[in-house]
Design a protein around this ligand. Sequence first.
Ligand code: 0O2
Length: 230
Amino acid sequence: MSTTNSRANADDDQFLPAPPELLQAVDQLKAYSLRYEVAMKLVLDKLDYISREYELRYGYALIDSKQSRIKSPESIIGKLQRKHLPLTFNAVFSELHDIAGIRLIVRFLSDIKTVEDLLATQADIKVLRVKDYIHHPKTNGYQSLHLILGVPIYTVDGPNIIEVELQIRTIAMNFWASLEHELNYKKNVPEQATLQASLTKKAQLITELDQEMDDIKRRMYQSKTPPQSS
Ligand code: 0O2
């Protein structure tokens, strides 16, 4: 019986133990990644609770769906490069605010404010920053509410505030944003600039649709859901 010793393979040279700094960096990355995962889970659990309690109390589904992700190393590097930032841990943790990201999809425009208000009542998480692309859409037509949340995590080194980005948008805004994202990430799309211009125009239709649907919702549910803060 012949035995093969994989270590004897010349190709294995690339798997030789990495220098200590590299191993240290990998460990550091894993530890941080864990913190972001835990912080994100905490926010997801809160959103889940808010959604279920709201539905029990008012018979109304506040949250349609949610997606979450930890930004991949490739995407982190890509973003640092796009922003002309150095490829350092410091730059990652101080300049990138969406390493942990949650996208929350609601049905109606006014539900965005309701979720924002309910989150603001949570004593343990803080809204550190708000980017309101709904009242101030981007020039390409992008609409969404972005909140950077500060979430306390109790690590072995003591308490730490970890940032989690929460994007809240309606189903219609999400439909628009996902197509726009696809258009811009795909290479060799014929007439890309024309299609982008067309999408920018369609963003106005999304605004009108959202406003009209919200009006219908208000009339359907006005006696059931709590009055909204302005
Ligand atoms: P991905 O692949 O979704 O993660 P900041 O440094 O905080 O001032 P930042 O993070 O560069 O600004 O930008 P911003 O405006 O807060 O946007 C962060 C995320 O929002 C993006 O993440 C997208 O997910 C989404 N987004 C922002 N603008 C647009 C847009 O014009 N179209 C679409 N479809 N999505 C948008 P990433 O890292 O770019 O991408």
